[in-house]
Design a protein around this ligand. Structure first.
Ligand code: ZN
Length: 216
């Protein structure tokens, strides 16, 4: 087994930052993005390219964690929980680094929140009597599939939107939950620049903006 697989078993395939269980179903599995706790960039900055290359090729297990793509993207290279580029020297220090990085991710999420609202406004502009975003959400929800679970509760998912999964005591609460999960997923995707599936003929992916060429 690779050190990466060992790490995933060690953390029970659960994101160490947000505790999302990545084996819950195949959609959550697609969210898995395990990573270096102290970013390789930070290691390089402090100790040079040789040490960084070594960490990339032979990662130190004390610097590997299981994470999800949301936390992985929000953390990026902007968080060095060691503040020195040095990887944790024992499990206790590693736990402290994880707590610090989780705090950073929560702050990043809160900081980006106003941007999500701007996106929401932008995509909520009227379009032939409806709103693009709500038309998109409605179209995606029409594609949702629901399962009745053994304990009588419901699970729903939208196959074209990986990671959009919800649970509810009744079909109705499951659908409501799925709607709010889907809205968060769309806004996060827009903010992070992830391509969103075209649903019901609606394409929310932004055209890249081109700067006008300066005429000298
Ligand atoms: Zn996570």
């Amino acid at each position: 087994m690779s050190v990466w697989t060992d790490t995933d078993w060690r953390y029970g395939f659960t994101c160490v930052y947000c505790k999302r269980h990545l084996l819950k179903d195949q959609w959550h599995w697609h969210l898995k993005a395990s990573e270096h706790l102290v970013p390789v960039k930070a290691i390089e900055k402090r100790f040079g390219p040789e040490v960084a290359k070594n960490e990339r090729d032979n990662p130190n297990p004390l610097n590997l964690v299981t994470s999800c793509y949301v936390c992985n993207t929000l953390k990026g290279d902007g968080c060095d929980p060691s503040e020195s580029g040095a990887v944790a020297k024992d499990e206790m220090e590693k736990e402290r680094f994880i707590a610090k990085a989780s705090e950073y991710i929560r702050r990043e999420m809160a900081r980006r929140e106003p941007d999500y609202r701007d996106d929401l406004k932008k995509f909520n502009r009227p379009r032939g009597g409806g709103c693009i975003l709500s038309d998109y959400v409605d179209a995606a929800l029409r594609e949702a599939t629901y399962d009745k679970l053994e304990d009588g509760t419901y699970a729903g998912r939208i196959p074209s939107c990986p990671g959009v999964v919800a649970f509810g005591a009744s079909l109705r609460t499951c659908e409501q939950e799925l709607r709010s999960t889907l809205e968060d997923w769309i806004l996060l995707g827009l903010r992070l620049g992830h391509p969103l599936p075209v649903v019901g003929g609606i394409d929310l992916n932004k055209e890249p903006t081109r700067e006008p060429v300066d005429t000298v």
